[in-house]
Write a protein that binds this ligand. Sequence first.
Ligand code: HDE
Length: 701
Amino acid sequence: MADKEKDQKLSKDEQLEYFRKDHDGKKMTTNHGVRVSEDEHSLKAGVRGPTLMEDFHFREKMTHFDHERIPERVVHARGYGVHGHFQVYEPLTDLTKAKFLQDPSVKTPVFVRFSTVAGQRGSSDTVRDTRGFATKFYTEEGNYDLVANNMPVFFIQDAMKFPDVVHAVKPEPHNEIPQATAAHDTFWDFVVNNTESAHMIMWLLSDRAIPRSYRMMEGFGVHTFRLVNEEGKGRFVKFHWKPVLGVHSLLWDEAHMLWGRDADYHRKDLYEAIESGHYPEFELGIQVIEEEDEFKFDFDVLDPTKIWPEEDVPVRLVGKMTLNKNPDNFFAETEQVAFHPGHVVPGIDFTNDPLLQGRLFSYTDTQLTRLGGPNFQEIPINRPVCPFHNNQRDGFNRMSIDKGQVAYHKNSLAGNSPETASEEEGGYVHYEEKVEGKKVRARSESFKDHYSQATLFWNSMSTVEKKHLVSAFHFEIGKVKSKEIQQAVVDMFNNVSGDLAKQIAEGVAAEPPAEPGGTGVTKSSPALSQMNTSKHVKTRKVAILAANGFDSNELKQVKEALEEKEVIAQIINDSLGMIKSEDGEEMEVDTTFLTTASVIFDAVYIAGGKDSVDSFRNKKDAIDFVNEAFKHCKTIGAANDALEFLLETDIKETAKEEKGGKISNVNGVVTVNEAENLEEFTEEYLQALAEHRHWSRQMEG
Ligand code: HDE
C-alpha cells in the first residue's frame, strides 16, 4: 500500500501506531523520523563555503558514527555467535525439574557464542588459547546460560585470582605486546607462582587449544553444578558438549600460518557451514555424582582444576543442539549478547565451587560498562522469550515503557501485581544446602593437589600428542626472556612428569631436573586423547589443483564422489574463470593460489590430464601448495598422469608408481596408476580424509 493511501485509511491512533512500527520503509530518515532529501553533502554556505551548524542530519550522522564502538569484552573479546535449537532425547525428570529438559518434542531456541579468551576483538581466530562456548537457552521458564569453555578445567581455584591470571596473559602493560598469546614472561611468571594452574596448562599446550573448527571441539561447563528434581533431590553434575563431527585440531604451524592467511578462519568456517546447510551439531552430556558420594573421590568435586574422569563417571548423552542460523547483524546479536552463569532456571542450581561463586558477581557487573547500564537484558538478543515483569525501572537505555502508577512490591493499588510465584507455580527456590563455617580467606586442604590430574592428562596422550605438547612448551618457554622463569617451568612440570620436564629442558637449554619427579599416577583416561574421537569427512575441504587440459572424466568422478559425501571440493588455478578439459569441457575455477593457501584445506587432489599436470610441474605455487599440505599431514591424492607432478614435490619418495590400477596409500598419500575407473581410488581417498591428519608422517621425521 502506498504510504499516502495508508495514511488516509488509518485513524489518528492507528496512524501513530503505524508510524511507530514502520521501520522497514525504503525512504531514508533521520533518527527522529524526518525524511532525508540528500545524504552526500553537508549543508554549506555556498558550494565552497563553511559547513553550517544547523545541518541536523550531518550532526546526527556523525555523532552516531563517533559513538559506534562499545568497549570490547575484557576477556573473550573475539567471538562469533549463531542461532539454533536444543532438544532433549528423553525426559530428565529423574534429575531435574527444568522444563526444557522434559519434553523431547520441544525445540528450545538457543544462541551460542564461540570465542577466544586473550586476544582483542580484531585478533586472529587460530591462536593458541582456550575457546569460549557460551549457550543461551531461551526456555519457557526464562533464560538459562551454559557459559562453557572447550577445556574442562581452569587456571585458578578461586575467583579472587581471575584479574591476576588475565592481567598476566594479556599483552604486557608497558608495551601492549604480545597480542593473543600466552607465550611471554608475565604469563609464565604467573604459572610458576600459582601452581594450581598446572593441569590447565597441560590442556592449553595440547592440541585442544588450536581447534580445526568451532564445530569440532568439546564444550565443558567446568564447574560442578547441581540438578534438582521435582522431589527436591539434588545431585552434583558436570555439563559437556560433544561435537558430532568429533574433536579435531590444527597443527601448530598451520594455526600460525592461518593467523596471517585468514584471521577469520573459524568464524568463516562456522558461517559457511550454516549457510550451506551443514548444520553443526553437539550432544549435551551430563556426568552425575550423588550427594552421598561427594567425598568418595580422590579430588574435591568443588575444585575447578579437576575433571571427573569419564571412565569413572560416565557421560550420559541427554540431548542435541543444532546450529542452523547465522545472525542478521553481528553487532546487535553477537556483540550485544550478555551471558551469565547465574542465569539459571528452576531445576538447575549452584554449588560452592569458589570460582563459580565469583563468576556469579562478575558477569552482570561487566555488562554495566560494556552495554551501558542495567537495562542490557532488554536488548533483543538478551530478552527472555517468556513474559517478564518486575518493579525495576528507569536507568540508561530503558527500552520498555512501563505503565501505571505502581513500581513497588507489595502493593494494593495494582492488586499486588506483579506478584511472586510459589515453587509449584514455577518460582525459583534456591536449593536448601546447609552451610556453616567461620569467615576465612583460605582454601580447603582438599584443593591442594595441583599435579595428579596433570599427570593423568600427560599419561593419556598418544605419542604424537605428547610430541605436540612438548613442542608447544618449547615454543612458549622459548619466547620467555627470563632464564629464571624458564628454569622454574621445568622444575614445576617435573612435579607432573620427570619425562616431560626433561624434554622441556632440552628445548630451552634449561637444566634438566636433578631428580626425575612425577606424582606416581599411572592411570590414563582414553577420553582425553583426541585420537579416540569420531571421524567424518562431512564438510572437510579438498583443494583440487586443475588447469587447462585436465581429464574431465577423472575429475568429474572424483568431484562427484567427494560431493556425495558432503565434502567441499574447490578448484584452484592461477586465475579465476573457466578451464577447459582435454575434450573441451569447461569447469569454473573457485579460487586462486594467490587468494587461498593449503592451510585453508584438509586435503589436496591433483587432477589428471597431461597438459594440466605439465602446467603445474614447474609452478612453484603449486609445488609449495602440495609440499605444505604434505608437511601438515594432510591427505594427498593423485591418479595416473598426476603422479608425474608428485615427483616434483617432497612426496616423490612416497609416490610409488604402482602399475595395473593398484591403489597405494602411504601415510595418507593415495595414488593409483593405469586406472580407468577411479571408484576404488576415491573410496580409499575418502577413508584417508576421514583420518583428519596422518600423524605417522610426523613420527617418521
Ligand atoms: Fe568468564 N568472563 N570468568 N569464564 N567467560 C567473561 O563476561 C569471569 C570463566 C566464559 O561469549 C566476562 O560478558 C570470572 C570460566 C565465556 O559473551 C567476565 C571468572 C569459564 C565467556 C568473565 C571467569 C568462563 C566469558 C567478560 C573466574 C568456563 C564469554 C565479558 C571466576 C566455564 C561469553 C563477559 C560471551 C566472559 C568473568 C572464569 C567462560 C569478565 C570472574 C571458568 C565463554 O564477566
